[in-house]
Every structure is written in structure tokens, then in C-alpha cells.
Write a protein that binds this ligand. Structure first.
Ligand SMILES: Nc1ncnc2c1ncn2[C@@H]1O[C@H](COP(=O)(O)OP(=O)(O)OP(=O)(O)O)[C@@H](O)[C@H]1O
Ligand SMILES: [Mg+2]
Length: 366
């Protein structure tokens, strides 16, 4: 791209040369030698004048414009005005342009400063809020321990005596509600730890086949109760170094969703794993109602539940998939869903065979 200065010098150089050349041609071809000489001298004056005029214009117009353009480029990169940038010019429009740019730049710089201050304050407030609710959730968990303990003792009937049918039903209801509350508080605590970057991951050798068998064993009773089939399909001799407990938690959240969404007696849930170069790709597939394409990104957000009559009938807080995503991100992997409405849903997650050191800390605590 040509600069104004170069264009100006090119145009004036060519014009001066043409003027001088015409004077010279006139001098050589002229019959009257003195007239030719006068015209030649005149053309030399005009050519030199044009060049000098160009130098003057360049100094008073193009130089300040160049300087202004330079300041603007710098400002667009740094959002900072490098001091009061006084440009010397006699051209009214350029002077005004520079003044306006200075004023505008200072205002933008100030606004960005204020905005950054607010963002920093909001971050601090947000952190305090999460820390406070984390403390509250933790405190909520403490009384749940004796509640559950006493309810279980009541259910056993050894210590506190026999219960009549009505009492047994009431105690069972307290028990299942307490378990739900315990799960919810646990999920809130996990989400908060993920938000604060405080969830610590373990690193251990995992035999994938064993892991899947254990998961199937755990969920078989739940699947049997609903009359649905739960099976697995995986590549042999896969193993990874990762956090078994957390991977279990991800599978558990996904399988619970699938079992809840498929129809009783015709439902089919398949879990599995396959080799994928440096990763192992796990999946949970079901023949439930599916998830519409517009909801497929949203469901990984905290507290998001698809607002359909089916989902409203269910309990749950909408934290399950957000926790799955947080865990998989923390383990250096990726989670996604593929689904066809009224046909099937498959959740996939990929985990590196060897953990990414930055994300996985060795710790005995969870
Ligand atoms: N297998 C699935 N089939 C159809 N919809 C699903 C499936 N899994 C999840 N969803 C949709 O995604 C939403 C979010 O799921 P998520 O597990 O995060 O929350 P939840 O199951 O409603 O509550 P929570 O898991 O916290 O008890 C669900 O409410 C449901 O609408
Ligand atoms: Mg769920």
C-alpha cells in the first residue's frame, strides 16, 4: 500500500519532470533562442517550485497525518494514550482531528480502567459468594450424618423397637429424602470446588474392563427394578492412569440419567470404551427420548434442565452433567453428546491415557 508521502512525491516528481521536459523541448526546437531560454528558465522555476511546494505540503500535512495514524495504531493495540501527543500542524482540520482523537482516547482509556476495576471487584465478590455458599453447604452436610444414622437405626428396629406399617413408611420416606438431600449437598459442594479450581484429582492405574464390570454390577439392581437392559461393549486390554473415583462419578451421573429417561421394560442402556490413540473414549448410550439439537450445548451448564413435561416429572437439580463436564475438563479430556430426538442419546467422553500433569494433582484427599 502506498503512503500519502510517497504518492505526493511521485505525482509532483512526474509533474516537475514533465514541466522541465516541455521547457527543454521548447528551448531546443524554438526558432527564437531567447524566448526558448526564457521558457526553459521559467519551466525550471516551476518544476523546482512544485518540488519545494511538495516538501512543504509533506511537512505540514502528511507528516502530522502519519504521526496521527501511528498514535491511533498504538492506541488500538494497547488501549493506552502514550501521554499528550501534541502534533505540530497549521492545518485546521488535522489539528482538530488530533484534538478530538486525544479527547476520545483519554475517555476510552478512563472507561476501560473503570471497567477493569469493576471486573476485578466482581471477581472478588463472586469468589467470596462461592466461598460463603461452600461453607453453608458444608454446614448443611454435618447434621445430615446423625439424621441418616438415627433413621437407619429406626429402620433396623433392633434398638428403638418395632414400627407399625405407617411408622415404617414414614421412616422410609425420611430415609429416601435424606439421601436425596445428601446427594444434592454433595453435588453443590463438588460444583463449588470445580468453580474454585479446588477439586483435587487422584492418579492411579485403571483397568478399563474391570472398571466397566464394577459399574455394571453397581447399576444392575437399578436397571432390573425398572425392567431395562444394561450391557457393555468395549475394546479388550485398555488401561489408563487417571482418577477412578471421578470417572465412576461421571459414569454414575450419565447412567442414572439414561435409566431415568428410558421407558420401563423396553429401555436399553449400553456403556463402553474404545481405544483412541492417546485417549480412551467412553460412552453411555440409551434408547430414550433424545435431546433436541438446540439443547445439546445447554445441558452441560449448571442447573440446566430441559423444560418438558417428562423432565418436570423428574426430580434432580440439573447439576449432574455440569459436574461431568467439570471432572472431564479437570482430567484433561472432553465430553459431548450425540442424540436423535425420539431415537437415542449417546454421551461420549474422552480421557487421556496418561494424565496431563498440570491438571491432575497426586493427593490422598478428595
Ligand atoms: N440420557 C438423557 N436423555 C434425555 N435427556 C437427558 C439425558 N441426560 C440428560 N438429559 C437432559 O439434560 C438435563 C440435565 O441433566 P443433568 O444430569 O445435568 O441434570 P438432572 O439429571 O436433571 O439433575 P441431577 O443430575 O443434578 O440430579 C436433564 O434434566 C435432561 O433434561
Ligand atoms: Mg442427572
Amino acid at each position: 500500500m502506498l503512503s500519502i508521502k510517497h504518492t505526493l512525491f511521485l505525482v509532483s516528481g512526474v509533474s516537475s519532470f514533465i514541466i522541465f521536459y516541455m521547457g527543454l523541448v521548447n528551448f531546443v526546437t524554438s526558432v527564437d533562442e531567447s524566448t526558448g531560454l526564457i521558457l526553459l528558465i521559467f519551466s525550471i522555476f516551476v518544476a523546482v517550485g512544485t518540488l519545494l511546494g511538495t516538501v512543504y505540503i509533506s511537512k505540514s500535512i502528511t507528516k502530522p497525518i502519519e504521526k496521527l495514524a501511528q498514535s491511533m495504531t498504538e492506541f488500538s493495540k494497547t488501549n493506552k494514550m502514550s501521554g499528550k501527543n501534541q502534533i505540530k500542524t497549521n492545518v485546521k482540520e488535522i489539528f482538530e482531528l488530533n484534538e478530538n482523537f486525544q479527547t476520545m482516547g483519554e475517555k476510552v482509556e478512563k472507561t476501560i480502567g473503570v471497567q477493569n476495576e469493576y471486573v476485578a471487584k466482581l471477581k472478588v465478590m463472586d469468589r467470596k459468594k462461592v466461598e460463603f455458599s461452600s461453607m453453608v453447604s458444608h454446614e448443611l452436610k454435618t447434621p445430615l450424618v446423625p439424621i441418616l444414622g438415627y433413621v437407619q437405626m429406626l429402620q433396623k428396629e433392633d434398638l428403638f423397637g418395632k414400627l407399625n406399617e405407617q411408622q415404617r413408611q414414614a421412616v422410609n420416606e425420611i430415609h429416601s429424602s435424606t439421601i436425596k438431600l445428601e446427594t444434592l449437598v454433595g453435588d453443590i459442594l463438588t460444583t463449588q470446588k470445580l468453580d474454585l479450581g479446588k477439586l483435587v484429582f487422584n492418579e492411579e492405574y485403571i483397568n478399563v474392563s474391570e472398571l466397566l464390570h464394577e459399574i455394571i454390577m453397581d447399576f444392575n439392581p437399578m436397571a432390573d427394578e425398572k425392567g431395562i437392559s444394561l450391557s457393555m461393549n468395549f475394546d479388550e486390554s485398555l488401561h489408563i492412569f487417571s482418577d477412578k473415583g471421578r470417572i465412576n462419578q461421571v459414569f454414575s451421573n450419565l447412567i442414572k440419567n439414561s435409566i431415568e429417561f428410558v421407558s420401563p421394560n423396553t429401555g436399553n442402556v449400553i456403556i463402553g470404551a474404545k481405544d483412541d490413540v492417546d485417549c480412551v473414549e467412553f460412552f453411555v448410550e440409551d434408547n430414550g427420548p433424545g435431546i433436541a439439537i438446540e439443547n445439546q450445548q445447554e445441558i452441560f451448564k449448571k442447573f440446566y434442565q430441559i423444560d418438558t413435561s417428562t423432565s418436570r416429572k423428574r426430580s434432580g437439580s440439573g447439576l449432574g452433567l455440569a459436574i461431568c463436564k467439570g471432572i472431564i475438563d479437570g482430567l484433561g479430556g472432553k465430553i459431548w453428546v450425540r442424540s436423535e430426538k425420539n431415537v437415542q442419546t449417546t454421551f461420549f467422553f474422552k480421557i487421556p491415557k496418561k494424565p496431563i500433569k498440570l491438571l491432575v494433582k497426586k493427593s490422598s484427599k478428595k
